[in-house]
Design a protein around this ligand. Sequence first.
Ligand SMILES: Cc1cc2nc3c(=O)[nH]c(=O)nc-3n(C[C@H](O)[C@H](O)[C@H](O)COP(=O)(O)O)c2cc1C
Length: 351
Amino acid sequence: MDSMDFDALEAAAKARMSPGAYAFVATGADDEITAAENVAAWRALRLRPRVLRDITQIDTSATIQGVRVAMPIMVAPSGRHKAIHPEGERATARGAAEAGAIYTLSTTSSVPIEEIAAVRGSAPQWFQLYLVPDRAWQEALLDRLAAAGFRAVVLTVDQPVYGWSPRAARCPLEPSPDIRHVNMPGAPMGRTAYDPTLKGKVIYPATFRDLEWLARRSPIDVFVKGVLRGDEARRCVDAGAKAVIVSNHGGRHLDTTVTTAVALPEVVAAVGRRVEVYVDGGIRRGTDILKALALGARAVLVGRPVLWGLATGGADGVRDVLQHLRDELARAMALSGVSRLEEATPDLVAG
Ligand SMILES: Cc1cc2nc3c(=O)[nH]c(=O)nc-3n(C[C@H](O)[C@H](O)[C@H](O)COP(=O)(O)O)c2cc1C
């Protein structure tokens, strides 16, 4: 592909994937309203560019949790990558490392933690957590993550029960003995979160008490993912979260939530002085990223486009998607008179 047109990339990914795997990646919950609106909401925001600034040097590097990284673009956690590419998350993590982007491994991944740690580059890796009922097992996992060099655990809080996807029900992901949730107790066969047989393997309905326990017990920092309100973000930080990810899970569980572009400023106003705030959902362009940073996000996470890159080109495809987004961000910055990310302030976006 000579240019990275995401519509064409998705079409190419669809042609390569099994129908069940494509439906798993593409779907949103119910009527897929939030999944579509997340994308539309960033596009609907309007930029207010500055002019006649010195833009000879455009610097897209960012400091995230005190670590300098090449870009404020991170890979959002998603599982079962062996259903998308034979190398699974190993390829995704390698592509992220080659791009210098932070990678978040999912609880529902199909490659062991240590194999992901082995492909780490200069950027840190984080681990997305769903708590499991067995506390001893859970504690051992936290220690294993720390020993493997993961820098943070990201507790996903927006899926206390399964959502429902008519699209995935019509076209389910076929389970295969080769694709397993190897980082979960018993390594169950890979199934989507819409599949009732995964029930009971994970405590989805975690509470603030669990978050407090986790923040105390975890040897590495705990972040929360899936917050859409300022008051809830404040409670999470009070309970020990060291960062908040504004997310509605790509619209995959509760349909018709507020979009993440709309929720972001409220969360930044509530906790942005205490912790770093990140955002995901519908980020498809460099202009989307610039808007998110201007509205107070320290970085963005990208979900589906990374998986399209994985399906079409393995690690190289993932790296190309991330580098393409970084190139678009650099162009959007230059055209807006912004040479460093610190200069991306709310006045860049029309109120
Ligand atoms: C196929 C797929 C699987 C996902 N699995 C997880 C998961 O295991 N844990 C989680 O916290 N979020 C999961 N997500 C949500 C993403 O982390 C992220 O919030 C969302 O994809 C961002 O929206 P975008 O795809 O529009 O960029 C998944 C998303 C997709 C597309």
